[in-house]
Ligand binder design. Structure first.
Ligand SMILES: [Fe+2]
Length: 204
C-alpha cells in the first residue's frame, strides 16, 4: 500500500542489495563453531589458491540450509530451493567481478560471519560496454572501466546482493580475514525477482 512517505523512502532504498529480517545467530554459531572447523574450511582455503569452498546440497544435504530454506519460504514465500552455499575467506581486497564461470550468477544471499565490521561491498556500473571482461572463475573487470554506484557496509545481517553486476569486497584486513556465507538458489533466479518476494512480503 502506498503511503505519503513512499516517494522519499523509495529514494533511499538500496538498488543492488536488500536486508532480510531473519535470524542470524543460529547460522553464525553453527558455521563458526561447527561446520567450518569440522570441515577444515580455513585450512583448505589457505593452503590453496582458492578464495572460497563450495558445498553442493545435491551431493550432501545440510540441515542448516533446510532450516534456512523453510524460513525463506515461510517468511517471504520464496519458492526457490537452495542449490549450494560457499564459504568465502577474504584477507585482501577482492578483484572486481560478476559471479559465474560461463553463466552469470545473478543473486547471492550473504551472511558475513567474522571481521566484516570495517569492510564493504562496492557495486559498479560499466562505463564502456565494449570492454569485455576477462572470464576465469568469474567475469573480471578493470577499475578504469567502471563507476561505483553503491556501497554496502559490512554488517552481520542476511542480505540479498545483486551478484550479476560488477562488485567486490574491499577494506578487508589481512590479519583478520572476513569470512562470509554465500547462499545460491536453484534455477539462478534474477536479483530483481528475489527482491520482489522480499519487498512484497514484509515481515515487520
Ligand atoms: Fe561475487
Amino acid at each position: 500500500m502506498k503511503s505519503k512517505y513512499s516517494s522519499s523512502i523509495n529514494k533511499r532504498m538500496p538498488e543492488n542489495y536488500l536486508y532480510l529480517d531473519i535470524p542470524t545467530e543460529p547460522f553464525v554459531n553453527y558455521f563458526l563453531n561447527d561446520y567450518i572447523p569440522k570441515n577444515n574450511i580455513i585450512d583448505i582455503i589457505t593452503s590453496s589458491n582458492l578464495s572460497h569452498v563450495e558445498h553442493q546440497l545435491k551431493n550432501k544435504p545440510e540441515k542448516s540450509m533446510m532450516d534456512l530454506n523453510s524460513l525463506l519460504n515461510k517468511e517471504y514465500k520464496i519458492p526457490f530451493k537452495i542449490e549450494y552455499f560457499s564459504i568465502f575467506y577474504h584477507s585482501t581486497p577482492q578483484s572486481i567481478h560478476t559471479d559465474g564461470i560461463t553463466q552469470i550468477r545473478y543473486s547471492s544471499l550473504n551472511l558475513p560471519l567474522t571481521n566484516y565490521q570495517d569492510t564493504k561491498m562496492l557495486f559498479y556500473k560499466i562505463k564502456n560496454e565494449t570492454n569485455t571482461p576477462i572470464v576465469q572463475d568469474a567475469f573480471y573487470f578493470k577499475k578504469d572501466d567502471l563507476d561505483v554506484i553503491e556501497e554496502l557496509p559490512g554488517k552481520q545481517q542476511w542480505v540479498l546482493v545483486n551478484s550479476g553486476i560488477p562488485h567486490n569486497v574491499v577494506c578487508t584486513n589481512h590479519a583478520l580475514p572476513r569470512i562470509t556465507l554465500c547462499v545460491r538458489f536453484l534455477g539462478n533466479p534474477k536479483f530483481e525477482l528475489l527482491k520482489s518476494y522480499i519487498s512484497n512480503n514484509p515481515i515487520y
